[in-house]
Design a protein around this ligand. Structure first.
Ligand SMILES: [Zn+2]
Length: 358
């Protein structure tokens, strides 16, 4: 029998990567010089939320205006498909060359999707480090038939100002840690799908994602203390996860059974908490199914200040059990440790109880 990976390795494989990444205090001032270097055109659209517009959109606009760029704004109210359509219309009508997504998640997702659909470029300017969408080619939209991320395009530039990110609510950073630690089980699920289903598996992308998870876990205490260097670790970990997805050409290295659970919980719970928080909870339980050290995952998440129980997340035990039983159906083509049949109600309840989640 030949190496099962050899056929994969010979087939053409497409990667779309960011060209410039700036991380550090005050890096917001690097946006205009980055635009100069990239030379993508003078017509710029800033996509941000109402609050981020006042705090960051306006000052960025002023910095760009000083250098001769013509800047317009789109203020985003929700992460719904209608908002993507509205931004697409602005891009086409105004002949926009470059879109800046400025904000936590919604604005960046909408900037990525609308620019990709219109053939414009996008620069990601995260103002919080709450999930790995800040650097990935994927985006998720509310109200779509697919509750998980869909392909958009990789940002051509990423500007992560750690001074701004450090001032965002700590809960957002803790959520970003949950999303990073999730790679611990996501990579195992990817490997399993390769072994069982012969799915493409990229060792480099897998290790890159896993490294992000390990670095965040190793620095849990410094992250909890809000040490600037540790915040930078989280930001870099999330950017590396985005790059891992770019290299893999799939969200596989970053999204496995723990993400299926997180998406399922978002569907069943009234107030499901943040994406990374749900992923963290999922990672504890999926690590147990994989026979990994789930107690360590739980301890690290707890040290950081991420929820490790349903009540800490603000969801009902019954909602966790329900989400566990439907998780395998969220994305049937994505084989994970949940298998094709998923968990029965009894198995789900036992798993949640044994890991102390409920
Ligand atoms: Zn995620």
């Amino acid at each position: 029998m030949g190496d099962p990976m050899s056929a994969d390795r010979r087939a053409p494989h497409y990667m779309q990567l960011p060209r410039e990444v700036v991380v550090g205090d005050g890096s917001i001032r690097e946006i205009a010089p980055m635009c100069d270097r990239l030379g993508l055109g003078d017509e710029i659209l800033i996509v941000s939320g109402p609050r981020t517009y006042g705090l960051f959109g306006r000052p960025i606009s002023a910095l760009l205006g000083e250098r001769g760029y013509s800047v317009r704004h789109a203020i985003i109210e929700s992460a719904e498909a209608s908002e993507v359509d509205r931004v697409k219309a602005i891009i086409s009508r105004e002949g926009i060359d470059l879109v800046l997504g400025v904000g936590g998640g919604k604005s960046i997702d909408i900037a990525k999707l609308s620019s990709a659909a219109c053939g414009a470029h996008v620069i990601s300017v995260p103002t919080a480090a709450s999930h790995d969408g800040i650097a990935s080619p994927y985006a998720s939209i509310k109200g779509s038939e697919r509750p998980y991320s869909v392909r958009a395009q990789a940002p051509i530039g990423i500007v992560a100002d750690t001074e701004i990110i450090a001032k965002s609510p700590f809960r957002l950073l803790a959520s970003g840690c949950g999303d990073s630690i999730a790679k611990y089980t996501a990579v195992r699920d990817w490997r399993l799908a390769h072994e069982v289903k012969g799915e493409y598996y990229g060792e480099y992308a897998a290790n890159l994602a896993l490294m992000s998870s390990k670095l965040v876990m190793a620095r849990a205490s410094s992250i909890a203390r809000g040490e600037p260097d540790a915040i930078r670790t989280v930001v870099e970990a999330l950017i590396s996860c985005g790059v891992a997805m770019s290299i893999a050409g799939t969200t596989r290295p970053c999204s496995g059974s723990e993400h299926l659970f997180a998406h399922a919980l978002e569907l069943v719970a009234k107030d499901p908490g943040l994406h990374g928080e749900r992923c963290g909870l999922g990672t504890i339980m999926m690590a147990k199914l994989h026979g990994l050290d789930w107690r360590r995952i739980r301890a690290v998440l707890g040290r950081i200040g991420c929820p490790t129980t349903a009540s800490q997340l603000g969801v009902k035990g019954e909602e966790v059990v329900e989400a566990l039983t439907i998780a395998h159906r969220i994305r049937p083509e994505r084989f994970t440790i949940l298998g094709e049949r998923g968990l029965s109600r009894d198995e789900a309840k036992r798993l949640a109880e044994e890991t102390g989640v409920i």
